[in-house]
Design a binder for this molecule. Structure first.
Ligand code: ZN
Ligand code: CU
Length: 479
């Protein structure tokens, strides 16, 4: 091996993404790959970075995002790169930007699409656009069932007819051929709530032949969560594909503590079929504003409102009081809108994060005016707050949940691990200081302690600042 390299990290503490214990080594990068890891005393490089005392990990994979449009509208991907994320998985919760041409799509599609955003008649056209306009991070894309429904059905308050389901299955097939890594659903949301399991099974049918995944924001995450999980597992079994439950949580005070029950069911099921979950490390959720969440939440904060933008960042209860109306009536006046709901229990969040089936995903909403801080803070919060400060799990485990585990579960080949020959997606951070600085009051704040981030061998973040490089690629599943 030549001792001249493109880039060299010296004396890094390597946490390789597999859960293996850390070790000190140099890392050499050539082109888009890691060329060597070990003692490379004689080696030289164009760029040499002293990583003494720092951890070098695989670049983080944000396995739950709504970044479909962000990748081209703000390709620096600063909320992600600044926390060490090198790959985003888009199209979650049934919502993908393609394939759909629509001027004014219904909620929740408006979470990612302002006017004119839904402009891709095929999934291939969307992928081509991503390839033609690279972002700082890689992207792996899901196709959303709700997006398909909006494109195919004249009314959304009913199940699809067999002909409509067949049409959606053809569109799934087209998306998979174009490079989609799976199908997502969001039966929690009104435009897909009337979809039956039979409809979803039909639409998901093409997944198996492509080695793709079924990912779901389930019908219910409160009182009827067990039924929703059983439905999800059944769909996975009948289609014959791995299942990923999105942002696993329990909503509403009367469901606090029930993660014991859901994780027991998950453990049991994982012995018979491939299942896992993603989770963001907060007790507040965020999505479109809806009145049925009022009784389930301790507090609701407005993230954006189209008719009343001046309410952004304020409590719904205060807004309703000032209007002199019920909170339900205030919701009607604020919509279309997005909100942050304080409706979870810390013990559940910790129990779910600890599960060996749990990956880290931000579920960040990058187009919200005042977003949930998970958009900027998820990964450093798991590394700093939950692993280092609370000791919920080792740093090796924390890194695995954001690298090796999601790479394996989403079929992203040669990513998520640090080893010679793998793609050089690398995040170097300071284990003593890594922390989220994004808060509910000032959510758009970069993390502390993220030093250097490489995507496909190219630095996108150096010494705490964006480099402006855009080496991101579209990743296809490995099967
Ligand atoms: Zn969701
Ligand atoms: Cu989501």
């Amino acid at each position: 091996m030549s001792s001249r390299h493109d880039l060299l990290f010296r004396h890094a503490t390597v946490i390789d993404g597999t859960c293996a214990p850390r070790f000190v080594a140099d890392i050499a990068v050539d082109g888009d790959r890691i060329s060597a890891i070990g003692r490379l005393d004689g080696a030289r490089a164009e760029v040499e970075i002293d990583a003494t005392g720092k951890v070098a990990a695989p670049g983080f994979i944000d396995c739950h995002t709504h970044d479909d449009r962000l990748l081209t509208s703000a390709p620096a991907m600063t909320p992600k790169v600044s926390q060490g994320v090198t790959t985003v998985i888009t199209g979650n919760c049934g919502i993908s930007l393609a394939p759909l041409v629509a001027a004014d799509p219904p909620s929740p599609l408006d979470l990612i699409g302002a006017e004119g955003a839904y402009r891709f008649p095929s999934f291939a056209a969307f992928i081509e656009d991503l390839v033609a306009h690279p972002a700082a991070t890689n992207a792996a894309c899901l196709v959303g069932h709700t997006t398909l429904r909006v494109g195919v059905m004249d009314r959304l308050d009913r199940a699809a007819t067999p002909a409509e389901a067949r049409r959606m299955a053809q569109m799934t097939e087209e998306a998979l051929r174009a490079g989609a890594i799976g199908l997502s659903t969001g039966t929690y949301y009104p435009p897909a709530a009337a979809a039956t399991a039979a409809e979803i099974i039909e639409v998901a049918r093409p997944l198996k032949a492509h080695g793709a995944r079924y990912v779901t924001h389930m019908r219910n995450e409160d009182d009827r969560i067990i039924d929703a999980m059983l439905e999800t597992f059944r769909i996975g079994r009948e289609v014959g594909v791995p299942v990923i439950i999105s942002h696993h949580k329990l909503v509403g005070v009367r469901n606090y503590g029930r993660s014991e029950e859901t994780l027991r069911l998950l453990d049991q099921t994982a012995r018979e079929q491939e299942v896992c979950v993603d989770c963001y490390p907060y007790i507040a959720s965020s999505t479109m504003l809806r009145a049925d969440r009022i009784p389930l939440s301790d507090r609701i904060v407005i993230a954006w409102s189209k008719p009343l933008p001046q309410t952004t960042g304020r409590d719904l209860a205060d807004i309703a009081r000032e209007m002199g109306v019920t909170q339900e009536e205030a919701v009607a006046r604020l919509r279309p809108a997005g909100a942050i709901y304080f409706s979870m229990n810390e013990a559940d969040v910790q129990r779910i994060l600890r599960s060996p089936h749990t990956m880290v995903g931000s579920d960040g909403l990058p187009h919200d005016i005042k977003p949930h801080p998970r958009l900027w803070g998820t990964f450093p919060r798991v590394l700093g707050h939950y692993s280092r400060d609370l000791g919920l799990f080792s740093l090796e485990t924390a890194v695995h949940k954001m690298t090796g585990l999601p790479a394996a579960r989403f079929g992203l080949a040669e990513r998520g691990v640090l080893k010679a020959g793998a793609y050089a997606d690398i995040t170097v951070f300071d284990p003593a200081t890594v922390a989220e600085r994004a808060s509910f009051d000032s959510p758009a704040t970069p993390a502390a302690g993220i030093d250097s981030v490489l995507v496909n061998g190219t630095p996108v973040w150096l010494r705490g600042e964006a480099t402006g490089a855009r080496p991101g690629r579209v990743l296809r599943h490995a099967g």
